[in-house]
Design a binder for this molecule. Structure first.
Ligand code: IVH
Length: 686
């Protein structure tokens, strides 16, 4: 291949990866490989500048711009950082800095390199007026409404600043938007619950979420953002350190993991310290960012075409180990999805012993080309469960055997089916398959459903085992005598220990009380507890609010269901199908007979607009044009939220006649904006 051909090939390849990554939120290669390809291209282009293509990814800082959002020009370009993976490179970076500064003394600030999406927020007179993505570094997408859903990001700063400097009238803050790992797990648990495909990793999930058009869908995923840059003209700080301290003071979410380092040796210590400690953080990180502390020195060092000379990113190599794949366990979930879990020879990885790794689905096994008894690479990325990323073919022996994906359910023997367009195989034996039945009970008793959690930890298994319950409706028939004294010994595979589950008097009392109390759980919980596919917690709440009763939902047509906010054809179809099944109807009737709540308050909020989107309200006193109920309904109908008390989270206090003096006083103290009834009405009609 000639250099020209190779340059063209790399350009195409990297542009493709960039497109997948930035536009489609799919990463098809790991960072290390990507960066290596980019280095190769940069080197070739330096050597043969005549072959450099105008669309070379080396000239760009990031992706291109999505069509749907307004384009915004950044006041200050959003640059990227040079990357390195070695300590030698860092020493070279330090040498360049020293040389560039002609012998002046200098310091660094080290931060973690957060793995999310770069965001830029503009504040005017202390108010967040715009939020944008990086885009190509010059122009990004205006995603203000989505950014406003980040709860830790102040919509308005408390002014004046507690101490100098004063907050400039116009400034930008930049940071990394991310989906906290716990939130990522919560979403995936919910998706698993309702049978939706799982999100691949927190970074892609964050990037996909920020690009959604519907900001209320964004708000449901509790995104967060760590701020790491402050920009204003003229500058108000002398050093980066000062800016981090002030941003924190002004109410911005600044990760307190940064440290000032006197020299490159201290930088190395920081790097070593965080190599494993970073896995305790609430988000994924993939390296360290090292920045020269003084702004005048940053200016002196300046920029290359795409990145600052005063900063560099040190990336950790993904922590990987190799171990042997001993077997695969096929797990059956509540919706019947069968997922493979790799069973490994235990191995130490980033401070924890790993025995299992996720393999996602049959396609993934095929893609990896992995066989039983192979030596495999296991990596810990942003996700909590480590994953198999490849096979060490140099260790393959004749012991390796092909993985034969089961064609029948590992639990009940029913032939598996694969639905059109889905990667998973399913066991269709919903009612008879033991793990599905077990999971159905677990779904039913969880706090968000019937809240009978005292039935957890093996107790349900025991009840099913003894033939005391077939469906969750049978729980309501259990008597004291049924339960007292039954017990079972479980062998815990994980620990090898034996565990005895037994129903003593106190346990039985607790369980029966919890079952009795569950009858008072609100209707929306009952609806969620049924476990209808795609009807998660939020959907159940919306359906309950809209229809008001089980009977109304049972007799609803698909068209009627589609009228419910945020309900699409998939949910509507699933609900109609579920209630059409005579066995399900019978189950529902038994729950009704047991006395569960089958009706609630009908609270349809007809959407009027989104002028109050993301804003929070509280009211005090009486009003001329609205009753309290009407006021609350109008706030909700326009996208606002009513809070229960005055806090820093409150944006507006609507003050009516005979307003409570204590509320006014508290609002004043916390600098909450107070508005009159007229002003509120004006907000509605913008
Ligand atoms: S500073 C000119 N600090 O890494 C320097 N960036 O490759 C601007 N990132 O686009 C970036 N953590 O999305 C900086 N502590 C941190 C960071 C960080 C993550 C991301 C950011 C940026 C990319 C640069």
């Amino acid at each position: 291949m000639t250099p020209q051909e190779r340059i063209a090939e790399l350009t195409d390849q990297l542009n493709y990866y960039n497109h997948q990554y930035y536009q489609k939120s799919v990463s098809e290669v790991d960072d290390f490989t990507f960066d290596q390809l980019l280095v190769e291209l940069t080197e070739l282009e330096t050597k043969y500048p005549e072959f450099r293509r105008p669309d070379s990814p080396t000239a760009r800082v990031g992706g291109t711009i999505s069509k749907e959002f307004q384009t915004v020009y950044h006041r200050f370009p959003m640059l990227s950082l040079g990357n390195t993976y070695s300590e030698e490179d860092l020493v070279e970076f330090d040498n360049r800095v020293r040389k560039g500064l002609n012998g002046q003394a200098y310091e660094y600030v080290c931060e973690l390199k957060f793995d999310g999406v770069a965001l830029s927020m503009t504040y005017e007179n202390g108010v967040l007026v715009q939020g944008a993505t990086r885009g190509d570094g010059v122009r990004g997408d205006d995603i203000t409404n989505n950014i406003r859903t980040i709860r830790t990001l102040p919509l308005r700063l408390q002014t004046p600043a507690p101490q100098p400097p004063a907050i400039p009238a116009l400034f930008e803050v930049r940071g990394e938007g991310f989906l906290p790992l716990a939130e990522f797990d919560r979403i995936n648990k919910e998706r698993e619950d309702i049978g939706e495909p799982l999100l691949a990793n927190p970074r892609n999930a964050a990037s996909g979420t920020f690009k959604q058009q519907d900001s209320s869908a964004v708000a449901k995923r509790r995104l967060d953002c760590y701020l790491y840059s402050f920009l204003s003209d003229p500058e108000v700080f002398q050093t980066h350190e000062e800016s981090l301290v002030a941003m924190k003071q002004w109410g911005f979410n600044v990760s307190q993991t940064w440290r000032k380092c006197a020299d490159i040796r201290e930088v190395m210590l920081y790097i070593n310290e965080w190599e494993t400690k970073r896995f305790d953080l609430p988000l994924g990180t993939d390296g360290i960012v090292i920045k020269v502390n003084r702004y005048d020195q940053q200016r002196e060092l300046g920029y290359t075409a795409k990145s600052p000379r005063w900063a560099i990113a040190y990336k950790y190599k993904a922590l990987a180990v190799s171990t042997v794949l001993n077997g695969i366990r096929y797990q059956v979930g509540r919706t019947g999805a069968v997922t493979p879990v790799a069973l490994l020879t235990p191995v130490l990885l980033a401070g924890t012993i790993v025995k299992r790794a996720s393999l996602h689905n049959a396609n993934e096994i095929e893609r990896l080309g992995v066989m039983l008894n192979d030596t495999v690479f296991v990596e810990k990325g942003g996700e909590i469960i480590p994953k198999i990323t490849g096979v060490d073919l140099t260790h393959r022996t004749d012991q390796s055997q092909p993985i034969v994906y089961p064609t029948t359910c590992p639990a009940c023997g029913t032939p598996l089916i694969r639905k059109e367009g889905e990667a998973n195989f399913y066991c269709p034996n919903e009612r008879g398959c033991p793990p599905q039945r077990q999971a159905r009970f677990e779904h039913f008793i969880q706090r968000r459903a019937m809240n009978i959690e005292s039935l957890g930890e093996g107790k349900i298994e025991l009840l099913i085992d003894r033939g005391l319950v077939q469906t969750p409706a049978d729980l309501y028939k259990l008597t004291f005598d049924d339960l007292l004294g039954i017990e079972k010994v479980f062998d815990d595979e994980e620990t090898g220990k034996r565990r005895v589950v037994s129903f003593r008097e106190k346990t039985v009392e607790n369980i029966l009380t919890a079952i009795e109390r569950s009858k008072a759980q609100p209707f929306q919980n009952v609806l969620f507890a049924l476990g209808i596919r795609y009807v998660g917690n939020t959907t159940a709440e919306k359906l309950a609010d809209y229809f008001g009763s089980m009977d109304a939902i049972m007799s609803a047509t698909q068209e009627q269901l589609l009228a419910v906010p945020d309900t699409g054809p998939r949910i509507a179809e699933s609900v109609v199908e579920w209630f059409a099944d005579p066995e399900n109807r019978d189950y529902v009737e038994r729950l009704r007979a047991a006395g569960l709540q089958f009706a609630g308050e009908k609270k349809v909020v007809e959407r009027e607009g989104d002028t109050l989107e993301g804003k929070t309200f509280l009211y005090t006193g009486t009003f001329i044009n609205f009753s309290r109920e009407e006021l609350e309904a109008r706030i909700a109908a326009n996208g606002g939220k009513v809070l229960s008390g005055i806090s820093k989270k409150l944006n507006y206090l609507i003050v009516g006649e005979n307003a409570g003096p204590s509320k006014l006083e508290k609002a004043q103290k916390l600098n909450v904006t107070m508005i009159s009834e007229d002003e509120f009405m004006a907000m509605l009609s913008v």
